[in-house]
Design a binder for this molecule. Structure first.
Ligand code: GLP
Length: 243
């Protein structure tokens, strides 16, 4: 794991966008694994600026997103589909048919997950998988548990995640309890991984990811077994440690 200390959220977003841009320039038809949440929003904003400045071309790029809530319609403002459309897809020249997100409106979990995993295998491997880090150590919606789930599956959100994500909904009751998510194996099969972490409230969980035992109780810790992981973390997230 290569961990880079960056000053703040803005510096993290700029470096992350440059990292992704470099991959896109080297491979104009790259398959990018994308993430949602507050953490990558600044990265998408910067990518849009680069596109508007004529520095980036998305016309051959293909994307697969990590996850989607189960039981949500794509046009709901809380869906990850909507997030991606608002933050990136509608603002660059990516072809809609080249963007993939699990279909949260389809209740047939087995089918959605099997088809999504098949899609990734068909299009893959993922060139670079962008990741945030959940407050409880989750990556995508792989919550802490007793084992690492390999493939795309339907996951129950734990209470801490529901609490963390309720800021996007009217009430905590409105947060879906389940999500379709890439598995740990799906993520680990990406050629490279870029993890972004910002803010003091992530400092303790980031310390566990980087230095604690590799365990499904801290899902992000598995990344230490991947051969090509880059972490951009800001000073608040890295604390005073000498990294
Ligand atoms: C969500 C998403 C994750 C994301 C995490 C952190 O639940 N499923 O992919 O990385 O929570 O979100 P944020 O970046 O908003 O802190």
């Amino acid at each position: 794991m290569k961990v880079y200390r960056v000053k703040d959220y803005d510096a993290m977003s700029r470096k992350a966008a440059a990292f992704l841009a470099a991959k896109m320039i080297l491979k104009p038809n790259a398959l990018l694994g994308l993430a949602t949440g507050s953490t990558p929003a600044g990265t998408y904003k910067r990518l849009v600026e680069m596109y508007q400045a004529g520095e980036l071309d998305f016309s051959g790029i293909r994307t697969v997103n990590l996850d989607e809530y189960r039981g949500i319609l794509p046009d709901s403002p809380n869906s990850y589909y909507y997030f991606m459309k608002e933050n990136l897809f509608s603002k660059v020249n990516i072809l809609p048919e080249n963007t993939y997100i699990p279909d949260g409106s389809n209740p047939d979990a087995q089918r959605v997950c099997r088809e999504y995993e098949d899609t990734i295998e068909r299009l893959g491997p993922i060139e670079v998988q962008l990741l945030g880090l959940g407050h409880d150590g989750h990556i995508a919606f792989n919550e802490p548990g007793d084992e690492f789930e390999d493939r795309t599956h339907c996951a129950w959100l734990n209470e801490q995640t529901i609490q963390a994500n309720k800021r996007f909904f009217e009430t905590g009751q409105d947060v879906p309890r389940q999500a379709y998510t890439m598995g740990i194996g799906t993520i680990m099969r990406a050629r490279s991984i870029l993890m972004l972490v910002s803010g003091r409230e992530k400092a303790e969980i980031l310390r566990q990811v980087l230095e604690g035992p590799v365990t499904p109780k801290v899902p992000g810790s598995i990344l230490r077994f991947h051969p090509d992981v880059t972490v951009f973390a800001d000073e608040a997230a890295l604390g005073d440690g000498g990294r």
